[in-house]
Design a binder for this molecule. Structure first.
Ligand code: SAH
Ligand code: SF4
Ligand code: F3S
Length: 456
């Protein structure tokens, strides 16, 4: 009997780990006849893969559910009613509340239980009752998701580590993703090989604290003890066809010598590192429980730059953490001037219930945080523009990923993760070609193909 075709709409919020999880949910649901759709209107199954990191992110779920309600009601009497599932970090953190506040939701699934989706959906269909599945079982998740991956394009994410034991006082991740856990090396290598065989040229290894990776070594090498990220990268760099490897996100305290050395030794390891510092005031760093000083961070960046002088450093910042004074904020601006970032993300502190930060006195007024954020972003944006302008006149190898906005143009990425727009034949999609950089703005570079282009 032919499988009944059904439409699946997944909306993804938050970090790249959610992007990866959404792809894997698509993979586990494909054998059940679910085909991806790019709008919810006619979907049989809608999954909201949510983020809990800041209040605004979490609130988006409820407004999206409000928009979905009439769609679901419109389909309720038809032969194909709509099932709505909430997945991801809001599901993990507020599962019970979602069920209570939003009766439109049929199913709540936490980030470690996606492999159970087919079973849970079948149960929901049988009972049309409420289902809540939010236990922590990363081992089962990745074992069950080890099957075939559908890939689109030439750059793919690969989750190698989940969870976090660091408990920064502002952050929900240790509560939504659970304890730190690393996938075994063999499983990662198998997935990377599969991606390479499907034409993927670039992989980005993902983890909430990816450089805390300590995975079970390949079979037969148990005596070696767990492998760190540096060693894993060396191993993955040997896989034919994978020309580019990246990883994100890292914690400064887990940048060990082997990982730093890998930046100097491995051609495939791209010269770009996202290494959040959050604040450059030691007092604030301490209150955030980051467990390092700004000087530790600056010295670390120096060592990384010694290993790979052209490396582009990117970061995350939080302004308005409880107790942050003008002087603390000034220290952050000064630190940013000292480090000089190629790109960065910065946020106003968002008070998250249940985290230690939420209970701290001296919450910073909203207007003060807004002013600080504007000042910090102006500085970071000027650094990013400068970094991009420095590429003018250089030849950069560009991985072309897709057609660009203008006809005849392709969109690609430089080794430093800059977006590149360049006139090029569509045959270069999926290839790496040299581009002479001619123009730069804050967000992208333009250029033309260098003479011997096409040889990838
Ligand atoms: N594991 C990563 C970060 C994950 S969250 C790390 O340790 O760097 C991504 C970013 O969101 C953080 O780096 C931080 O800058 C920001 N963030 C996390 N919690 C926040 C909060 N409560 N308010 C504002 N920004 C927050
Ligand atoms: Fe959150 Fe800190 Fe863990 Fe990063 S290291 S995920 S900021 S608790
Ligand atoms: Fe958000 Fe969860 Fe990622 S809270 S940032 S989706 S780990």
């Amino acid at each position: 009997m032919a499988l009944e075709r059904k439409k699946l709409f997944i909306k993804t919020y938050g970090c790249q780990m959610n992007v990866y999880d959404s792809e894997r949910m698509r993979d586990v649901l494909a054998p059940l006849g679910y085909e991806p759709s790019d709008m919810p209107d006619d979907a049989d199954l809608v999954i909201l893969n949510t983020c809990h990191i800041r209040e605004k992110a979490a609130e988006k779920v409820y407004s999206e559910l409000g928009r979905l309600r009439p769609l679901k009601e419109g389909k309720s009497e038809t032969a194909s009613p709509m099932t709505i599932a909430v997945a991801g970090c809001v599901a993990q953190a507020e599962g019970e509340e979602i069920m209570r506040r939003a009766p439109v939701v049929d199913l709540v699934v936490g980030p470690q239980t996606y492999h159970k989706l087919p079973e849970l959906i079948a149960q929901t269909h049988r009972a049309r009752g409420e289902r809540l599945e939010t236990e922590f079982e990363p081992v089962a998740k990745f074992d069950a998701l080890a099957g075939d991956r559908q890939v689109e394009g030439y750059s793919a994410f690969l989750t190698v580590q989940e969870g976090c034991d660091k408990f920064c006082t502002f952050c929900v991740v240790p509560y939504t993703r659970g304890a730190e856990w690393s996938r075994p090396v063999d499983q990662i290598v198998a997935e990377a090989r599969q991606l390479a065989a499907k034409g993927v040229r670039e992989i980005t290894l993902l983890g909430q604290n990816v450089n805390a990776y300590h995975g079970e070594p390949p079979s037969g090498r148990e005596a070696d003890g767990p492998w760190g990220l540096g060693r894993l990268l060396r191993h993955l760099a040997l896989i034919g066809g994978l020309d580019r490897i990246r990883y994100t996100t890292s914690h400064p305290n887990d940048m060990d010598d082997e990982l730093i050395a890998a930046h100097g030794d491995l051609d495939a390891l791209m010269p770009y590192l996202h290494l959040p510092v959050q604040s450059c005031s030691d007092k604030v760093l301490k209150a955030m429980n980051r467990r390092h000083t700004f000087e530790d961070y600056a010295l670390l960046i120096e060592r990384i730059r010694a290993a790979r002088p052209d490396i582009a450093i990117s970061g995350d910042f939080i302004v308005g953490f409880p107790g942050e004074t003008d002087a603390d904020f000034e220290a952050t601006l000064q630190g940013v001037r000292e480090i000089n970032y190629a790109s960065a993300f910065s946020f106003k502190y968002s008070r998250r219930p249940g985290t230690p930060g939420a209970a701290l006195p001296m919450q910073v007024p909203e207007e003060v945080s807004s002013q600080r954020l504007a000042a910090l972003q102006a500085l970071l944006e000027s650094q990013q523009t400068d970094f991009n302008r420095q590429q003018i006149g250089r030849r950069l190898p560009v991985l072309f990923e897709r057609a660009g906005r203008e006809p005849g143009q392709l969109h690609g990425r430089s080794p430093y993760l800059q977006a590149i727009h360049c006139d090029a034949p569509s045959g270069l999609i999926g290839q790496i070609a040299e581009v002479e950089i001619a123009g730069a703005t804050r967000n992208s570079l333009t250029g033309k193909l260098a003479e011997k282009a096409g040889a990838a």
